[in-house]
Design a protein around this ligand. Structure first.
Ligand SMILES: [Zn+2]
Length: 62
């Protein structure tokens, strides 16, 4: 799975990087997942599928 973060300023998605800065506008990248999200969660497999669907919807909307 790719680690995506969302720009707080221009709302574009970008790959996580060490500086947490948006490559488009230099804004701050934030975690688009809710705080409860944990990769070691035993249900994470299902949750990732859910988030993929959510990402698709958001990409289609914008
Ligand atoms: Zn940005």
């Amino acid at each position: 799975m790719k680690y995506l973060q969302k720009c707080k300023d221009c709302r574009k998605y970008g790959l996580i990087n060490s500086k947490s800065k948006c490559i488009y506008c230099g804004g701050t990248l934030i975690n688009p997942f809710p705080p409860r999200y944990s990769p070691i969660d035993k249900y994470s497999k299902y949750r990732i599928i859910y988030f993929k669907e959510e990402f698709k919807k958001r990409f289609e909307e914008s």
